[in-house]
Design a protein around this ligand. Structure first.
Ligand code: DAH
Length: 373
């Protein structure tokens, strides 16, 4: 039965005390009950409403109704009742008074239970792919090197044997930092367009032999579309030692592609050109979507454009001109040789996860990203 404020006939101290104790225990029972914001509001109104709330009733039924001679004592009691109830509303009974946010469940929480583990969310599919690539080469004894995303012209171009008027050095293709016209060209800052400058930075610090893998962000002045982004990711590799040959390059990369895409894939190396390697090649893997046939059932295979081959990376033997820039640290092209390669992580991730729009990776839509959890 819900508590109601009794009419008092007896205004003796004993009777008043009993009435107060009844009210208190009724309040204490009720204050633990609300389990929603609406319930809490009802409870509060029931006691505090100016018109006909229980406190107002106490005033009417006890104080106003008291005979003259009892008024003083009843007045004191009613004040105590008010103070008690008002103080109780100040106390946090599992509710924060300000926002009235519902946290009454706190009262029934078993604090010996383990807490609710917050999900740290899914690894981004690009970072996951990057880590998979890194792992394959770590298993071959490569270590990881990193370098700055804001780079100088020297490391990004000059020390990689780019000629002064190479188109990549144009602001059409490369994002330069503003207001650097007064600086010598080699000191001008830009957003690195590839991870290759870290080859030079690492060779300046570490003597040969060297086997490193360089993951990282790169930027180019490309408007975003389904297959382009001004920011993307590369993984670069560099191996330098005495007697490194093109055979080592092919064997290493063939092994890595089988580890990444499955032991069935084949690799194909086709002549190409990069300023920092000589000879240079583009490496293709047989299409792991259609198995190299160029067809999916009766339909053409889109990822390999029906060719049965997918271009994965650029590579080559390190150009002796590049070694000249780090000769002082033991990289004399008369005595050592090396190979290098660089691949785009984003495209590999697109192929792996069957996406046709690169932008999905960068829009931060949780509904997309959660699928990789
Ligand atoms: N840096 C080249 C690019 O961004 C990729 C590349 C090609 C890296 C050949 C290399 C390499 O290390 O040997 O297109």
């Amino acid at each position: 039965m819900a508590y109601t404020v009794p009419k008092l006939k007896d205004f003796s101290t004993n009777a008043l005390t009993r009435a107060f104790l009844d009210l208190k225990s009724a309040f204490q029972e009720e204050v633990a009950k609300p389990r929603s914001e609406a319930e809490w509001k009802n409870f509060r109104d029931r006691w505090m409403a100016r018109k006909n709330g229980l406190l107002a009733q106490v005033n009417d039924l006890w104080l106003k109704a008291a005979p003259k001679e009892a008024k003083r004592e009843v007045g004191k009691l009613v004040n105590e009742v008010k103070q008690f109830v008002e103080q109780e509303f100040e106390i946090d009974h599992g509710w924060t008074n300000t926002a009235n946010a519902f946290s009454a469940t706190l009262q029934t929480v078993d604090i010996s239970l383990p807490g609710i583990r917050r999900s740290i969310d899914a690894e981004h599919p690009i970072i996951r792919t990057q880590n998979e690539i890194v792992r394959v080469f770590q298993d071959l004894g490569y270590s990881v090197a990193e370098g700055p995303v804001i780079e100088t012209d020297y490391y990004n171009f000059e020390a990689l044997n780019f000629p002064p008027n190479h188109p990549a050095r144009d602001t059409q293709d490369t994002l330069f930092l503003a207001n650097q016209e007064s600086k010598p060209r080699r000191e001008q800052l830009l957003l690195r367009t590839h991870t290759s400058p870290v080859q030079i930075r690492t060779m300046e610090k570490m003597k040969p032999p060297l086997r490193i893998l360089i993951p990282g962000k790169v930027h180019r002045n490309d408007p975003p579309d389904a297959s382009h982004s001004p920011m993307f990711h590369q993984v670069e590799g560099l191996a330098v030692d005495t007697n490194i040959t093109f055979g080592d390059l092919k064997g290493t990369l063939d092994h890595a592609m089988k580890a990444l895409f499955g032991s069935d894939v084949k690799t194909s190396f086709r002549p190409s050109f990069f300023p920092f390697t000589e000879p240079s090649a583009e490496m293709f893997v047989s299409c792991f979507i259609c198995g190299g046939s160029g067809k999916r059932g009766a339909d053409p295979c889109r990822p390999c454009k029906q060719t049965g081959w997918i271009e994965i990376l650029g590579c080559g033997m390190v150009d002796p001109n590049v070694f000249e820039f780090v000769k002082h640290n033991g990289y004399d092209p008369e005595n050592i040789s090396g190979f290098a390669f660089g691949m785009g992580v984003d495209r590999i991730a697109m192929l792996k996860y069957g996406l046709d729009d690169l932008q999905l990776f960068f829009q931060g839509d949780v509904r997309f990203l959660e699928q990789f959890g």
